[in-house]
Structures are given as structure tokens and as C-alpha cells.
Design a protein around this ligand. Sequence first.
Ligand code: ADE
Length: 226
Amino acid sequence: MRIDIITVLPELLESPFNHSIMKRAQTKGLLNVHLHNPRDYTPYKQGQVDDYQFGGGAGMVMMAEPLAILIEKLQGERKYDEVIFMTPDGSLFDQKAANTLSMRENIIIICGHYKGIDERIRQHFVTMEISIGDYVLSGGELAAAVVVDAVGRLIPGVLNDETSALFDSFQDGLLAPPVYTRPADFRGWPVPEILLCGDPKKIDNWRHEESLKRTAERRPGLLKED
Ligand code: ADE
């Protein structure tokens, strides 16, 4: 999978993909993340990429032209499945959306800044708008990092143990069960005995019950969704 990220702050995104699972995904050639700065494509003087908004009001708006030039350059090189804009008024990102995106081949992600991007880019280039939660970040970069991480780890072959993503919270619509490691007794707080019984079926059943219990307590809404 190839992900092209359009950002005026590429430095912000250099670290998140250069460690741990995201780094391994790229080393294995399963994920390719490319960063592009619209400043390098702007036809305006001194790398200008933003301007005052028509009608007045505080805050600058990212101009259409540098974004359009960059998007069209990328689209001229390969076909993209989605052009995503990260924005707090997009549709809420969840595990289902991550699963769907992990099956795409090439996507572009645009990170907004300042007051946002010129609406005409949203109308004529963007195919999907994503919010990672009901709060406002200073820019779309951290939100893009969240999406790339959640999607990247679902690409087949990225996780060492393929089954481990299957047991993630949300993957089957439930929260994950509690987990324990050694020692079996820590400060007089023992591990649930069933985990030491050696019977995989009993353990699976217990985990499922714990998942249901945890979901009912913390996120009852998930049990009602189909
Ligand atoms: N940009 C600013 N806030 C955001 C959010 N909550 N989700 C996605 N992109 C954003």
C-alpha cells in the first residue's frame, strides 16, 4: 500500500512512521509512506500556500492552487483509490474504516492547517473526509499519523503474528479482554486461575466472556450495533 501525505509540516510526520511496526511495514515493502510539501509546488512568491479568507474573519486558509498542482501531479503518476482530507467535520474514524482502507492500494491524505483548506479542493478533489474525534487539533498531521498507524498494521504480513490483530479491541466489535504476564502472583494479586489451566478452549471462552463483560460495562453502545 502506498500513502502520499500532503503537509506543510513534513517534519511532524518523520518520526511516527520510522519506529516499531510502521518501520517494519515499510522495510518489508508492505507500506510506503511519502511526504509532500505544497510549498514546493506553489506558483506564488516566497512559497506562499495560505491567504486571508474571502468575506473576512480570523485565520488563514490553505490556497487551492498549490494543493491542486500537487494532487494532480500525484494522480498523473498513478491511480488513487481515495483522496482523504483530515478534518474535525469529517466522518468519525473507527476500526471498520481502518479495515476498509487497509484494502486500498494507493491513497492521498491531505493535512489541513490554519482555518482549513479552500472549499473547492474538498468539492473537486477530495473523495473522503475523516475526523479522528470530536476535538480540534492544530493541524491534520497527528490525525493522519493515527489513521496511517491504524490502517498500516492491518495490511496482511505487517504484524508478525497475523492472528494478533484479530484479537484487538473493536476487531470483532468487542473490547479486548484483560491480559497478564509473569509473575503469576504479583504482590499477592494473582492471575485468574483459568489462564493457567492449559485448556485453550476454556481460556478462549473465558476471554470471550471477559470481552463481553468489559464491552457491556464500558461501551454498551457497541453491543447494540450490528
Ligand atoms: N484536524 C484538526 N482536528 C482534527 C480531527 N479531530 N480529526 C481529523 N483532522 C483534524
